[in-house]
Design a protein around this ligand. Structure first.
Ligand SMILES: Cc1ncc(C[n+]2csc(CCOP(=O)(O)OP(=O)(O)O)c2C)c(N)n1
Ligand SMILES: [Mg+2]
Length: 595
């Protein structure tokens, strides 16, 4: 507090003059203001990093925040700062902070706020806003917009602070809303006039709140736990599904113990990969399409039955038609009491924070839990070994030009050798093949497109992972996906971050070989400039660019990037005919019947 307290002198007119320098000046008074109160409130609550983009009315805030010891990471577009904040929230269980200017900056940040909410990542979007009186009368203020109203449906909670003495409460409410219960995005609206508002420094200090127990444990009811265990015990073909909620919970050791003590095969959802090493003998990933329809009791831990799990029904689950129930019984461990029954009946909901729920399940399991029937386990092993052998054969091929498999075989080795590295991943084929080919070994290392399958998270995530996680980042990007945030390679260079971007460049969205059916001069909507030299973008800002047309070249470039820890972009040239439309979710893509 003291470091940011300013001694100001009131002039007879009431205007504030420059800070007083004379000690003992009778008229001088210790004052603080909105800028400093906000910074103090964030620091008091353990926030050490702000991702943002300066401009009216928050320019001075970014300066003062940096001067106060906060890390201020300045981006080229607010959406990328927002994605950085959202993933920082996932990684740390503390709300990631994104700071923007009013109207357009706010709107640019809003997509990431909605993304955070959808993915249950704690994040606070703080935006400056224009004068309330002018906005509310729609008199055409600079960057006029009723931001609070617009943000509300896209986040868990939205607050506006009008008076400096309320900043402490506003920040406390925002933090609680972001991290408690099911985490999500929170909007904090700070009108321009708030920042220079002065108040007595001591009173200001008293107004701040250090949030006690921001994400209180939620202990599951004992009868709910027993109901779940009874169901699991009677299973003939049990399965555990680990979602990114399980990864978020940081209950890694207990989750592993639960899986191992029950002996139940498990499937990690994309961002739960590495919660147990993907090479774990109980992983059923390589037999996913077998275990989902065949299972009879499924224990969902921090995984929702949304589209990513085919809504818990239909052919994926052994149902006879697209909407038919496959007959499984579900146990669902989730923080939200309204998640159960969202898509199919949940026979045993266990509501509480994942850590507490898993502990309670473990206590009930004890040390003599019967292993699942051996015919179930051996059937899975059989499928797995068949699929793994088939994959190994595909990966061993060395086609020219490279395809996704031969390039990702290299990435797979590099990640294995560097298990602490973060793996950021987006694209369609570039995403799906990476997810299935590249094994993860540690929790919360795989950071990807999440619930929406959103493109554009790549460079924002990479910046956050490098800064918050302090480790090497490997970003595997489709060439289209990369384009959404590509300008942030300047940010990566500016902060000199150990980020190695690998673009799996197939000249387009899904593939690069589409043609304009009219024969006209415009290219197909799905293709880009052929043989684009993306690596030069990194070179433009002082980073390392590499062009790789073979697995050997890719391997050498990635090794060097990791050795040097320098910002690196590797343009990996992939056969433009290698991909499929929409990757593995082709079935969700409506196409015209009429040709
Ligand atoms: C914000 C957003 N816009 C558009 C899409 C639709 N979309 C899905 S994947 C994709 C790009 C796929 O191309 P690329 O990244 O090059 O991956 P590839 O399949 O070619 O490897 C697009 C545009 C999306 N998911 N998110
Ligand atoms: Mg592509």
């Amino acid at each position: 507090m003291d470091s940011v307290t300013v001694a100001r002198k009131q002039s007879p007119s009431g205007a504030t003059e420059a800070p007083a320098t004379t000690a003992g000046d009778a008229a001088s008074q210790q004052e603080t203001d909105g800028f400093h109160l906000l910074i103090d409130a964030l620091k008091l609550n353990g926030i050490d990093t702000i991702f943002g983009l300066p401009g009216i009315p928050i320019t001075d805030l970014t300066r003062k925040a940096q001067a106060s010891g906060l890390r201020v990471i300045s981006f080229r577009h607010e959406q990328n700062a927002g994605y950085a904040a959202s993933i920082a929230g996932f990684m740390t269980q503390k709300p990631g902070i994104c700071l923007t200017v009013s109207a357009p900056g706010f709107l640019n940040g809003l997509t990431s706020l909605a993304h955070a909410t959808t993915n249950c990542f704690p994040m606070i979007l703080i935006s400056g806003s224009s004068e309330r009186e002018v906005v509310d009368l729609q008199q055409g203020d600079y960057e006029e917009m009723d931001q609070l109203a617009i943000a509300k449906p896209l986040c868990k909670a939205a607050f506006r602070v009008l008076h400096a003495e309320d900043i402490g409460v506003g920040v406390a409410r925002a933090i609680r809303a972001a991290v408690s219960g099911r985490p999500g995005g929170v909007y904090l609206d700070l009108p321009a006039k708030l920042f220079p508002q002065a108040m007595d420094a001591e009173a200001g200090k008293q107004s701040l709140i250090k949030v006690v127990d921001p994400a209180p444990k939620q202990i599951p009811a004992q009868d709910a736990v027993q109901r779940a265990l009874d169901l699991l015990k009677g299973a003939k073909r049990p399965l555990i599904v680990l979602g990114k909620g399980a990864a978020y919970a940081q209950a890694d050791a207990d989750i592993r113990t639960l899986v191992e003590k029950t002996g139940v095969p498990y499937l990690p959802m994309s961002m739960a990969k590495g919660l147990l090493p993907d090479t774990h003998e109980q992983s059923a990933s390589a037999a996913r399409s077998f275990v989902l329809p065949e299972s009879d009791v499924v224990l969902l831990i921090g995984a929702r039955l949304n589209w990513l799990l085919s809504h818990g029904k239909g052919k994926t689950w052994g149902g006879k038609s697209a909407k038919a129930w496959g007959g499984q019984k579900f146990i669902q461990v989730d923080i939200s009491p309204i998640e159960a029954d969202s898509n199919v009946r949940i026979d045993a909901p266990v509501v509480g924070d994942i850590g507490s729920c898993v502990k309670a399940l473990l206590a009930g399991i004890g040390n003599n839990w019967p292993k699942p029937p051996s015919d179930w386990l051996s059937a899975i092993v059989e499928r797995k070994s068949k699929n793994v052998a088939k994959m190994a054969e595909t990966l061993a091929k060395n086609p020219s030009p490279m395809n996704f498999h031969s390039a990702l075989n290299v990435v797979r080795d590099i990640v294995k050798a560097n298990p602490d590295a973060y793996l950021v991943n987006e694209g369609a084929n570039a995403l799906d093949f990476t997810r299935s080919i590249v094994d993860m070994y540690k929790p919360r290392k795989r950071l990807d497109v999440g619930t929406w399958g959103i493109m554009g998270v790549g460079m924002g995530y990479s910046v956050a992972a490098a800064i918050v996680g302090g480790q090497q980042v490997i970003a595997i990007e489709g060439d289209s996906a990369f384009g959404f945030s590509g300008m942030e390679v300047e940010t990566i260079c500016r902060y000199d971050l150990p980020v190695c971007v690998v673009i799996l460049n197939n000249n387009g969205v899904y593939r690069g070989d589409e043609v304009n059916v009219t024969g006209g001069k415009d290219p197909s909507p799905l293709v880009f400039v052929k043989d684009a030299r993306y690596e030069k973008l990194m070179e433009a800002f002082g980073g390392v660019g590499a062009y790789a047309t073979t697995p050997d070249e890719l391997r050498a470039a990635m090794k060097e990037a990791i050795r040097s820890r320098r910002p690196t972009l590797i343009n990996a040239v992939i056969d433009e005919k290698a991909g499929t439309e929409s990757g593995r979710i082709t079935s969700l893509n409506p196409t015209a019947k009429k040709k």
